[in-house]
Design a protein around this ligand. Structure first.
Ligand code: C5P
Length: 413
């Protein structure tokens, strides 16, 4: 991660939910990056974490009571909310989101949130039904329209035993969102990729067997979408060609949705010329050699159908080997389950791309569909090993490497 968090002042508001314990890890990580953290604990939040643990980790007083702050000897609430570069609500409960959306100010946390002139980032956490409830979704829409920034929630197992959206983003993801927020401001005025056209592929492809069945893979599209987001934030003109995913369209990106590998290739060709092409999609290597316009029926006594597969076009290799109009920089991904570097180096040579981003997707790595990634960047310049990072931070780092690649070389005078 960059050093954009150095000396940033974060006002962390801790709401009342089981995910409050993750705020402790977030404080530690923020401080590791050089940020200062001041905590405000709601009454409900204090049921889950103590002022003592927050105070110890933040190295500052923990604020809990609105009326404490009306004492002229202490800092007032306006000052407390303005003496920060960013307000972060972790976890943002259904109750807190509703109060923020309605503009209520009945306690210190909500008063600060309405009194601030600083940006606010919220990390929602709640039960699936609470998150999907129309009232919460209405509040979320309102808050987004009001300019509140969101990170998460993610799909996952919940403390209540259910599964689905509502699980709070991990501290590493929240940290990446905070980092991204400041990076965005860092680039305002002079974004380093301004004027660069960049094509990104993302997600899986779906290869039909018949009108209701298809072949697919476990790609979530999170890494490709995060790359498109990071590039757009750095000023690039991004076309994101994506197979089917559950992700929302990244802001400021031209999204083309496709289903099959052949549609993806056609959309990529239509998006060229570009300065850079990044193929992060998990394109199906094969499609079914079939032209079933009706659902294949399971008839009693009939033989089990067999599927004949034919090879799909290789989008990365096609772009890398273009004779005319090849992007100046073509980047591929190599998701491997063993001998990661060896296979990635061979893949780079075989496909003809300039850089390859290699990662371990063996089932035990937990990467496929997850939020974290450990990658190695392989180029003519050698191999860079990056630490375990949230996918957004991998994206940010890759975008910075691309910007540095295009930076005019400084000549010695
Ligand atoms: O050969 P393999 O699928 O492992 O190669 C991975 C890289 O090639 C990724 O960058 C992926 O986006 C790209 N690829 C492609 N078209 C295919 C297969 C892979 O662009 N048909």
């Amino acid at each position: 991660m960059s050093d954009v968090l150095k000396n940033r002042r974060i006002l962390l508001i801790i709401g009342g939910g089981i995910a409050a314990y993750k705020s402790l890890e977030l404080i530690r990580r923020l401080r590791d990056q050089g940020a200062s953290v001041r905590c405000v604990l709601t009454q409900a939040g204090a049921e889950f974490v103590t002022p003592l643990s927050l105070g110890t980790l933040s190295g500052d007083k923990v604020y809990t009571d609105l009326f404490d702050l009306t004492d002229t000897a202490t800092i007032g609430h306006i000052e407390l909310s303005r003496d920060a570069d960013l307000l972060v609500v972790v976890p943002a409960t259904a109750d807190l989101l509703a109060k923020m959306s309605a503009g209520l100010a009945g306690d210190l946390a909500t008063t600060l949130l309405i009194a601030t002139d600083k940006p606010v980032l919220v990390a929602p956490a709640m039960n699936v039904c609470m998150w999907t409830h129309r009232a919460t979704q209405r509040n979320v829409e309102q808050l987004m329209a009001d300019g509140i920034h969101f990170v998460g929630p993610n799909d996952g197992d919940m403390a209540c035993g259910e599964f689905g959206p509502g699980r709070m983003a991990e501290p590493a993801e929240i940290l990446a969102a905070i980092d991204a927020h400041f990076s965005e401001n860092e680039f305002s005025g002079n974004p380093p990729l301004k004027g660069r056209r960049i094509l990104v592929t993302s997600g899986p492809t779906h290869e039909p067997i018949d009108p209701v069945r298809y072949l697919a893979n476990r790609s979530s599209g999170k890494q490709g979408h995060a790359i498109a987001t990071a590039l757009a934030r750095m000023g690039a003109d991004v076309t994101l060609v994506s197979g089917p995913t559950n992700l929302t369209a990244p802001a400021g990106v031209n999204l083309k949705r496709v289903e099959t590998a052949r549609e993806m290739l056609a959309a990529c060709e239509a998006a060229l010329p570009a300065d850079v092409a990044i193929c992060a999609a998990a394109v199906a290597d094969w499609r079914v050699d079939i032209d079933a316009t009706q659902k294949i029926k399971k008839e009693a006594g009939a033989a089990t159908p067999s599927l004949t597969l034919v090879e799909n076009p290789d989008i990365l290799a096609t772009i890398s080997k273009m004779k005319k109009g090849r992007p100046a920089l073509v980047i591929g991904f190599a998701a491997e389950t063993e001998k990661v570097i060896e296979h990635a180096v061979a893949k780079r040579a075989r496909k003809g791309c300039d850089w390859i981003v290699a990662n371990d997707v063996s089932p035990e790595s937990g990467v496929m569909g997850g939020d974290l990634n450990t990658v190695h960047l392989i180029s003519d310049g050698g191999q860079e090993d990056w630490p375990l990072l949230p996918k957004q931070a991998v994206a940010e780092r890759l975008a910075r490497a691309i910007a540095a690649h295009f930076e005019p070389k400084k000549t010695k005078s």
